[in-house]
Design a protein. Structure first.
Length: 310
């Protein structure tokens, strides 16, 4: 009997994902009825986007797991009707995209490329950029994305440190954790990359006190979540020169409102949530791998800890 797999996301997502999902199911040898319209009591798996119209999971009594299409799960973890396992998306394509974006902006700040890119006039002032080994980079959030970004930067020679709420290890990376560890990594980070999840515990991690702890003239890169930063505190730190520049890809409200001060601030680069995007082909393969694991009695990959929110 074929599995019933419900695709619960907006119509444009169905147009993007239908064929890659069918291809992945075929390649894995899984016979399935993949559809956007299946009676709730007959659904075995739900391929899901949190902005879907499906918000009440109560009727889905046969469902074995909800497989999220997004890396972020903050919009679904608190849903009291969701009682089955929830897997977040860890897409190899998304990870590669994020690592490339982070590396590009770290290199931009490290080498001072804006000096030449934005240069006007005919001033000729040679300078010698530092070597990567002379630059301390901090990564807040040592999950899949943060760890890969840290490893790539370390491979280029940067002095990289990572922080997470609980203790973690990564080859070649100085790892900090806990409240004191956060202070320690902030103190050393000349370039700080934010890749924490959006939870009540991480909101405003970068506040007035955190910004004051960082080296004067440090840089901030945020491709993680908008609420990680206290926006007013960051603007004040930019105005005072405590923070030299910030590249921000995510915001509390998206699209970023036209009147928001970030748009006009000379020391802020706004990018429109483009640091990393899930790739339909590789994401579909990950979804189908989890379905296969569910059908063969293996544990699901990338399960969400509902208590922690990620």
């Amino acid at each position: 009997m074929p599995l019933n797999i419900l695709f619960a996301a907006r119509a444009e997502r169905w147009a993007t994902y239908e064929q890659p999902l069918r291809d992945a199911l075929r390649d894995t040898g899984i016979t399935a009825n993949l559809s956007t319209d299946i009676a709730p009591s007959e659904v075995d798996y739900i391929v899901y986007a949190p902005n879907s119209d499906l918000q009440d999971f109560t009727p889905y009594t046969r469902t074995k797991a909800v497989l999220n299409l997004w890396a972020g799960v903050e919009k679904i973890t608190g849903n009291p009707t969701l009682k089955v396992p929830l897997a977040r998306m860890v897409d190899p394509g998304l990870t590669k995209g994020m690592v490339e974006w982070v590396t590009g902006h770290v290199m931009r700040y490290h080498l001072g490329l804006d000096i030449d890119i934005l240069h006007t006039g005919t001033d000729w002032t040679p300078r010698t950029p530092p070597l990567a080994q002379e630059r301390k980079v901090g990564i807040l959030g040592m999950g899949a994305l943060g760890t890969e970004a840290a490893k790539t930067l370390a491979s280029l020679g940067f002095d990289v440190a990572g922080w997470s709420r609980s203790a973690k290890t990564a080859p070649g990376i100085k790892c900090f954790d806990g409240k004191q560890g956060l202070q320690d990594i902030l103190t050393r980070s000349e370039i700080l990359v934010l890749l924490l999840p959006d939870t009540p515990a991480t909101e405003n991690t970068i506040d007035k006190a955190a910004l004051a702890t960082m080296p004067k003239g440090a840089f901030i890169i945020n491709p993680g979540r908008g609420p990680l930063i206290d926006d007013d505190a960051l603007i004040n730190a930019l105005d005072s020169g405590q923070i030299a520049h910030a590249t921000l890809d995510v915001f509390r409200t998206e699209p970023l409102p036209a009147q928001h001060p970030y748009w006009a601030h000379p020391n802020v680069t706004v990018t429109p949530h483009i640091a990393a995007e899930t790739r339909a082909v590789t994401a579909s393969q990950m979804v189908v791998e989890n379905i296969q694991r569910g059908e063969t009695g293996q544990p699901f990959l990338h399960l969400v800890d509902r208590a922690l929110g990620y």
